[in-house]
Design a protein around this ligand. Structure first.
Ligand code: CA
Length: 245
């Protein structure tokens, strides 16, 4: 298993520093943010496995960050860092979908135990994929093409390969249109643009069908009210050693 990547969103420099150090010493990759806006940007980057979120933050409140995170990455594990006595925040945090909380002041040991437990039960850990198989056909992310052993071949656009690899990386869960938009066009893409995703998916399905035939029907599944998900026929190929995303 590759090292988990954790974002620490905390405005108190001493706490942030301490947490980041403890994480790195324990073998995690850690990035940090001192306010809510920056924190959200870091948290929705591809490859992030868990977020540690302080609630009282400058620029954008922690609960707001959590609400937004839940919209974009519904199953990304979040542990809330909360001050002693502020039970309201804790309850609101859990209600907004935080996976756990830790009360300040906390020991590195306690925090690490919580992180481990949350990661263990998380299904959200993305794979690092270099491509996928679809029936007999091969989806090659590097070359942006789908090849069939029978000689068929189709080129995919950057957007199409982006969608496919994102679904393959997250093949155990449904991915919302908002999340796909954010992944493809960055933070801030919203609303009406979700139809654009549907159009790309339609085109992508047609292309896959040309090369992969019947298996293509099970490549991308529409999940009602959730978005899209890699179907049973789309088998990710990982290459952990090369650290590709
Ligand atoms: Ca704070």
């Amino acid at each position: 298993m590759s090292r988990a990547r954790i974002v620490v969103i905390e405005d108190e420099p001493a706490i942030r520093r301490g947490v980041v150090d403890a994480l790195r010493v324990s073998g995690y990759e850690a990035t940090e943010a001192a306010d809510g806006i920056r924190g959200l940007e870091e948290a929705i980057r591809q490859g992030i496995d868990l977020v540690l979120l302080d609630l009282l933050l400058p620029k954008r409140d922690g609960l707001e960050v959590l609400r937004e995170l839940r919209r974009i990455r519904p199953t990304l594990p979040v542990i809330v860092l909360t001050a002693r006595g502020s039970e309201d925040d804790r309850v609101r945090g859990l209600r907004l979908g935080a996976d756990d909380y830790v009360i300040k002041p906390f020991s590195a040991r306690e925090l690490l135990a919580r992180i481990e437990a949350v990661l263990r039960r998380s299904v959200d850990r993305p794979l690092k994929v270099r491509g996928a198989r679809l029936g007999d056909a091969v989806i090659d992310c590097g070359r942006r093409e789908v090849r069939s052993p029978k000689g068929g071949r189709v080129e995919l656009s950057e957007t199409e390969i982006g969608i496919l690899s994102f679904l393959a990386e997250n093949h155990r869960r449904a991915v919302s249109r908002a999340e796909l938009l954010t992944r493809l066009w960055g933070f801030g893409a919203t609303g009406n643009e979700t139809r654009t995703i549907d159009m790309h998916i339609t085109r992508l399905r047609a292309k896959l069908k040309n090369v992969a035939g019947a298996s293509a029907g099970e490549a991308i599944v529409t999940v009602r009210a959730r978005g899209y998900m890699a179907g049973p026929a789309l088998v990710p190929e990982t290459d952990q050693d090369e650290g590709l995303e």
